[in-house]
Design a protein around this ligand. Structure first.
Ligand code: MG
Length: 485
């Protein structure tokens, strides 16, 4: 077993944040933090592409609620998930740390499976745990995918309650005909458990109604905990294949079933924001909408679109990790379009600052505090982004420049990793689709990025891999064990 790291949660105080001038420059005073810390809600879609929302340019998927959320808040155009597949991305959003630091990524098994024995180490500090120090009520809803064994469940990682599925909605497949199972999905084809806290309450989960029920749960908790503060992590397990929508949303979108699914998620966002308004909580709640990784292109029309970005889920091209992201907080978040860099890694330190909670400083954090960008539209402090595929650092962004040291396409088009003696170099401000390699003109930029890589690698330490450990029994489904999700 790895050595447990001490949990030190009071190392950076709210007073430090106030001393840095954050609160003094806004109407949002330290006093206000003390009296009434804000609520936080993360709405995390699964495999939603950069181009799949109306406000991010989709021509036929209608997302009026997310469009309005973006108008009232901030639309982030260069916001990144921590990884390009589910498990490591989720480890990143909840801990503010790249998964390479806690064993939550692997070259051999890219995510956790129903036969996995590992999970997010107990020594990690999640957003829920960090906010607990300030008295937050905390709830996890939806897909977890950070370990399904009891010791890894949300209830052991700082969440008061959990309602959702412990891993992906395509696992535990019992229909041997994969084509039929994904093209004409039925809930009974996937024997996925639905859990409340640490008990299985339904199996197979009725996925037709699951999006609505997750939204219902979020609304129930908002109403129950309205005296606050609360943190809700709502991780929809759709539009990850197999696709399901409830009766009211089926056959409604011009984009087909995928569009129906996204439109049901959008309607849920609308219901949640409306509940906040009705309960008088809108002015004291931050809501962040984003996705865990890019679209799963292997599934053709069942998968989403990365819009103008290259490639999709599983890759370190922009389509794999850049996500359609909206930050909402009426009266606090300054409305606008933000072109600066951001990442799901940044939510933990940003929430801690806004809540007056301690930011863990006994470990390397990859997240940065974005609160001044949210509140004042100050330039984002994030200047770099690291793109890992499994445990390998494939690409690095610094400012507008992105260098690919290794590249590889998504599953469907996969020709294996290609190492680049001279890295590929793209200027993402000019060329977001990564079409024009300008390495030849900018050896200085490549040299700078190589220095960034060296500095980053010096911060890494060997850790126990969590994704390669298996329960000592055969995999329930051979197809599950061999695919990377
Ligand atoms: Mg995903």
């Amino acid at each position: 077993m790895p050595t447990r790291q001490p949990r030190r949660r009071f190392l950076k105080t709210a007073a430090c944040a106030a001393g840095a001038g954050l609160f003094s420059r806004t109407a949002f005073t330290q006093d206000a933090v003390e009296k009434s810390p804000p609520n936080f809600i993360i709405i995390f879609a699964d495999d939603l592409g950069y181009g799949d929302l109306g406000v991010f340019g989709h021509p036929t998927i209608r997302t009026p609620n997310l469009d309005r959320m973006a108008r009232e808040g901030q639309k982030w155009t260069q916001f990144y998930a921590a990884a390009s597949v589910c498990t490591p991305s989720r480890a990143g959003i909840l801990t503010g740390r790249l998964p390479i630091r806690n064993g939550m990524c692997s070259d051999k098994r890219r995510v956790l499976f129903p036969d996995s024995a590992g999970g997010l180490p107990e020594s990690e500090i999640t957003i829920a745990e960090a906010l607990k120090s300030r008295g937050y009520a905390t709830a996890a809803i939806g897909k977890w995918h950070l370990g399904h064994l009891p010791q890894f469940l949300p209830t052991r990682q700082g969440f008061d309650s959990y309602f959702g599925i412990p891993y992906s909605n395509d696992m535990d497949r019992v229909n041997g005909d994969a084509h039929e199972a994904f093209q004409n999905p039925k809930p009974e084809y996937f024997n996925v458990p639905l859990m409340r806290n640490e008990e299985v309450v339904e199996r197979p989960a009725d996925q037709n109604t699951i999006t609505r029920r997750y939204t219902d749960e979020a609304i129930r908790i908002i109403q129950e905990k309205k005296d606050g503060p609360f943190f809700i992590y709502l991780a929809h397990n759709l539009p990850h294949v197999p696709l399901f929508a409830s009766q009211d949303f089926r056959d409604k979108s011009l984009r087909g079933l995928y569009g129906d699914v996204v439109q049901e998620i959008d309607a849920g966002v609308g219901r949640i924001l409306q509940t906040l308004r009705e309960e008088g909580l809108a002015e004291n709640t931050y809501v962040v909408f984003t996705s865990d990784n890019g679209p799963w292109l292997q599934y053709d029309q069942q998968g989403g679109s990365a819009g103008l970005l290259r490639d999709g889920k599983g890759t370190t091209w922009e389509g794999g990790m850049r996500e359609p992201t909206i930050v909402w907080g009426p009266g606090r978040v300054k409305p606008g379009v933000v072109n600066g860099l951001g990442s799901t890694l940044d939510l933990l330190p940003t929430f801690c600052t806004l809540a007056g909670a301690s930011i863990p400083d006994d470990r390397v954090l990859d997240g940065l505090d974005l609160s001044s960008t949210w509140l004042e539209e100050a330039p984002s402090p994030r200047k770099t982004m690291f793109y890992y595929r499994g445990e390998q650092l494939y690409a690095v962004r610094k400012g507008p420049w992105k260098a690919h040291f290794i590249s590889q396409s998504a599953y469907k088009f996969d020709k294996g990793p290609e190492k680049h003696e001279t890295p590929l170099l793209f200027n993402l401000n000019v060329d977001p689709g990564e079409s024009f390699n300008v390495a030849g003109q900018h050896p200085d930029v490549i040299a700078e990025i190589k220095t960034v890589v060296e500095q980053h690698k010096a911060t890494l330490s060997p850790v126990e891999n969590q994704l390669e450990k298996r329960i000592a029994r055969p995999a329930e489904n051979a197809a599950d064990a061999n695919e990377s999700k």
